[in-house]
Every structure is written in C-alpha cells, then in structure tokens.
Design a protein around this ligand. Sequence first.
Ligand SMILES: NC(=O)c1ccc[n+]([C@@H]2O[C@H](COP(=O)([O-])OP(=O)(O)OC[C@H]3O[C@@H](n4cnc5c(N)ncnc54)[C@H](O)[C@@H]3O)[C@@H](O)[C@H]2O)c1
Length: 357
Amino acid sequence: MSARTAGATGGVLVTGGAGFIGCNLAHRLASEGRRVIILDNLSRAGVEQNLAWLQATHGDRIDARVADIRDAHAVRDAVSRAEAVYHLAAQVAVTTSLVDPVHDFTVNAAGTLNLLEAVRARRTPPPLVFTSTNKVYGKLPGVGFTTDGERYVPRDALLAGRGVPEAQPLDFASPYGCSKGAADQYVLDYARTYGLPCAVFRMSCIYGPHQFGTEDQGWVAHFIRRVLAGEPVTLYGDGRQVRDVLFVDDLVEALRLAVDRIGSLKGEAFNIGGGPGNAVSLHDVLERLPALTGCAVERRYDEWRPGDQPWYVSDTGRFFERTGWRPRVSAEEGLGRLCRWLTDAAAPVKPSLRVAS
Ligand SMILES: NC(=O)c1ccc[n+]([C@@H]2O[C@H](COP(=O)([O-])OP(=O)(O)OC[C@H]3O[C@@H](n4cnc5c(N)ncnc54)[C@H](O)[C@@H]3O)[C@@H](O)[C@H]2O)c1
C-alpha cells in the first residue's frame, strides 16, 4: 500500500489517443471541456495527423505524451494524473501479429498488464475501460454456417437474429486474438482479484472519420479509399463474410457511458457492435459505394486469411439492459459520412487516397 501514489485528477487518459477511435474519443471529451492526456507512440502510419489536429483544435486541453505503453515510467506518470482511463493503444492487425507475434504480445498483453499495475498503484484507482475484440471468440466453434446465397448466416435462427452473446465460449484465434484475449482476461481479473473498477468492450468492426484504414485493419475505410483512388479492392475469401459495423460516434457514446456507470459494470465484458440491424457483407458495402462515391468498383479475390470469421454479429443486449445504449447511426448513414470525410477537400486530416497494395 505504501507504494501507492496519491494521484492528482489532471484529466482523462486515452492510451492510443492519436489513433482512429482514440482521436474521436479525445475530440468528444475535449469538446465537453475535459482535459485529455494522450499516451501514444505514433507507431500507426498517419496518426500523427490526428494528434496535430486535436492539438490545433483543442489547444491546452490536449496533454500529449509520445510514449510506449510498455514504458512503465511513462505509463505510471500518465496514470498518476488520470481521473479515468480508456485503454486503446495496441498492435491492431491480425496480419501483423502473424509476422511478429512477440511484438504483438509485448504491446497488447504485457502493455496492458503494465497499465493495470499503474492503475493498481493508485490509492483510489480510476475507472478503466479496455477495448478488446470479437476475435476472442475465434471462428465461433460449435456454430454451423450456411449461406442465403449472398451472405454467410448461422444455421441457428436465434443466433442469427440476436447476434453473439457474451456467453459464447472464448476461443482465442491468431496471435492478435491471443494477445488481446490475454489482456481482456487480465482486465477482468484485476477487477475480481484487486477490486479495480475495470470493464471490457469486445468490439466488432468500427468505422468512421480519422480512420487510416489499410488492407491489414480498418477494412471499411480501406475499401472506400481504394474505390476513390480508382484502384481494385481485393476480397480475401468470397466476400460473403458478414460483420455488424458500428459508426465511431456510437462507440464513443458507449465508452463514455461505461466510465460513468463503472460502479455497476465493473468486472464485466460487453459485446459492442452495430448489432443485427447493421450487419453487412463485404459485397453489401462495395455495392453501396458507386452511389456514395460516384466511382466504379473493381473486385479481385484471394485466399481466406487465417482467423477470418465467416459471420460475426454482436448481441449488444447486455450493455443495452444496463445502460439503455443502442447504435443510432445506420450503416447507410455512416458510410455516407465516412465517404464525405474522405472526399472533403477542406478536411484538415486526410489519408492519402493512393494506398499500397
Ligand atoms: N477499429 C476496430 O474495428 C476495432 C475492433 C476491435 C477492437 N479494436 C481495438 O480498439 C483499439 C483502437 O483501435 P483503432 O482502430 O483506433 O486503431 P489505431 O491503430 O488507429 O489506434 C491504435 C493507436 O495505438 C498506438 N499504439 C500502437 N502501439 C503502441 C504502443 N506500443 N504504445 C503506445 N501506443 C501505441 C498507435 O500509434 C495508434 O495511434 C485497439 O485496442 C484495437 O485493438 C478496434
């Protein structure tokens, strides 16, 4: 106990705050007058533009620390001032985790443990919400799939109608699934064992402005960028894979609610996504793009990628019952908003439309 730091309340800490989701969250918090501490090593290409935009927009409300989540000293210093912690910093791509699983593990699993230790060292530990992933459920073993011609669907009509609940058995797949899954379990166990006020979001596909989507991660933004650049889109698999897409503003609202209600949510995991109402196949998204962008879509096909789920849709019922949250932005509206952001010549932050294959 004597090692515990007293901790000033100097703002809300967003690890990975320069990234896509972190930037949107930091913008929302700073717009409400909150001071935001961002800890990010800027390792994701392009995110330095997000940080520069946040600083230009919000000035002193943004306290930026370019530091690594594995750096115990930097993390402890950032946490010592935090009144709440959103933990988003991560190695985010399954593909990259396959190339360098050790790096993936040290950032995602050991980095999260580092952060949890800093939170545990506080005399009054601040609330923490961790952004986990639907990949912790693997390919949903035990669930049989069929197609309705256009899309994969589970054979179980109840599952197809409601989505995947938190009762789905864990089945970590890919190094990324294992490292995020380990972090997910550590966060839940620090709530159980040490009483920390922590909760976990197991998130499906999030999309929106400030997303530097690539072939490795952020497929919705990546598809739109390719189409706008007049380049073909490669589909790994047959394009009938289904995801419940969630617009980032809806996720930001859910993250804020989770911290506000942490007293009743701590120690629990919640599946968060667009839900059955926003379930789209890869083909569905591509079919909407000519009308939204005015550009033609050229498709190419390649082998399925390891760990890819044919269908994943979140059952967000548990979080709805506890907070009343539900997605508000439809896939149609959200795709239009992302297209407008990518094509807005006046936008201060914009990924290059020419993307490497
Ligand atoms: N976007 C999605 O669809 C999605 C889905 C499920 C889970 N998630 C999780 O949400 C979180 C945010 O994802 P995102 O889409 O905003 O990704 P992102 O890559 O845009 O943001 C992650 C940020 O973390 C930073 N970072 C990476 N390694 C770091 C390190 N060692 N130390 C400090 N900072 C580091 C990056 O520079 C980047 O700014 C991640 O934890 C991701 O696993 C995202």
